[in-house]
Write a protein that binds this ligand. Sequence first.
Ligand code: KIV
Length: 271
Amino acid sequence: MSVHSEIKKITTETLRKMKFDKEKITMLTAYDFTTAKMVDAGGVDSILIGDSAANVMAGHETTLPITLDQMIYHTQCVVRGVERALVVADLPFGTYQSNPEKALDSAVRMMKEGGAHAIKIEGGKEIEESIRKIVNAGIPVCGHLGLTPQSIYQFGTYKVRAKEDAEAEKLISDCKLLEELGCFAVVLEKIPAALAKKASESISIPTIGIGAGQDCDGQVLVYHDMVGMNQGFSPKFLRRYLDLYTEITGAVSQYVRDVKSADFPDDKESY
Ligand code: KIV
């Protein structure tokens, strides 16, 4: 038997069971083959090809400009590097909001061409019919509530959402709706920890938090943020595990010095 076939792949069912067993779920983003390989080898349960690729990979200010074709390309690259984790891909802005048929077409392309195992979309009640249509086609759907970055121009800021009662109540009712519609999980972004706890206790599908406190059933971070590649981005919820910006710029400077001084390559590095 090959090593490959011994790896127990994570499925949406595994995540449901983890919530039931009170085992925390881990998720990180990746947008390319090499990163996906490292993140998978590190043991995360799920890899998200987030539309944050628009910011991190392409340098856009918001997630809005990234296209479905670009997200499919990133997903194809990630899938080739993953052996164990559940691969979830974002449907980008404009590819599911207008009507359920378009939403299904986008989700099908992401699964068929991208090779994703599941898709993630932002919103609750407003996109109910789109979610229903995608789930009915046999495609696993992860919801995303709270600070949904595709709505940034409606929100106006990236501040914590659902601090007021009305928005908090809608979030809980959207969580329940997503569960009813057959979503396998829901990402909760930047909401008060107490509300995330209440949401997690209100539904039987896992909640995966980012800036939503420790009572979510799992946590997700953007890989480039957690390894410290983005120096300018320091929200309160972020824990940096490395300072790769400093490490990498330091290594590049050293390389520049070594080449300029004719130290590199030396005899051992030459044929
Ligand atoms: O696009 C993304 O990376 C995300 C995570 C922040 C949850 O949606």
